[in-house]
Ligand binder design. Structure first.
Ligand code: AMP
Length: 222
């Protein structure tokens, strides 16, 4: 993949833009992830991956701008799965909800859900971590069946997520990682109320990836 040139500026507490690593092997990812990345033929990190993976691995929140095709999905998935593998399953009472994801990836469209799911399946191969996708515009049945099998990482459009939260198929009590991918498009599609409900109540660790590099504001209560 030709990722071209990327201008990177980093700011925030504890952020250092020095000694950037080039390869996945150098950033302390779990052996299983390195194997899968190797099978995907990814050795060198793209610019967004080089800059974002170490920051997330160290436990910082991130807001980054990066176009589709720049390797953004692996940039947020690999450090999160890495943490999940190292930390093990959450130790909380899930009150018999069929699905209690630890990572929630909110996206605006079905196409993006499919894309992230496909990339996620390859990255998660034989890790024991389970990814599921839900989106609107299709019948609920097959999604309900999948949710009943349990999920660790849920890729969801906000409307369908709220449906399943209301029918108590999903709890977000276990969510530790909240990713808003193409967050500005979620707002453009009129999901701002749903986005507020979800971001205000869940997620201790937040990653925001806008679709285009334009100014936009999301209010998040901390
Ligand atoms: P994105 O939509 O930004 O997640 O980019 C996805 C595309 O980038 C897919 O075609 C991936 O297979 C590819 N990709 C992701 N990471 C790498 C990498 N480190 N080296 C080469 N291609 C990659």
């Amino acid at each position: 993949m030709d990722s071209g040139t990327l201008f990177v500026s980093l700011n925030g507490n504890k952020i250092e833009n020095t000694n950037i690593k080039e390869n996945f092997k150098e950033v302390g990812l779990h052996e299983m992830l390195l194997n899968n990345l190797n099978k995907m033929n990814f050795e060198k990190m793209t610019p967004i991956q080089k800059n974002v993976i170490p920051i997330i691995t160290e436990g910082n929140d991130v807001m980054a701008c990066s176009q589709t095709g720049s390797g953004k999905t692996i940039a947020f998935l690999s450090p999160i799965v890495n943490k999940m593998l190292n930390e093990g399953p959450p130790n909380i009472n899930l009150e018999n909800f069929p699905s209690a994801p630890v990572a929630l990836i909110l996206i605006p469209t079905r196409e993006l859900a499919e894309q992230i799911y496909k990339e996620g399946r390859k990255l998660l191969h034989q890790t024991g971590v389970h990814i599921t996708k839900i989106y609107g515009g299709v019948p609920h049945d097959s999604q309900i069946r999948e949710l009943r099998e349990g999920t660790d990482i849920l890729v969801a459009t906000p409307g369908r997520l709220i449906d399943f939260l209301n029918s108590k198929l999903i709890t977000l009590k276990a969510v530790k990682y909240l990713i808003l991918d193409e967050a500005d498009r979620i707002l453009d599609l009129g999901f701002s109320d749903q986005l507020n409900t979800i971001t205000l109540n869940y997620g201790k660790f937040l990653l925001i990836f806008p679709y285009i590099n334009k100014k936009f504001i999301i209010k998040i209560k901390i």
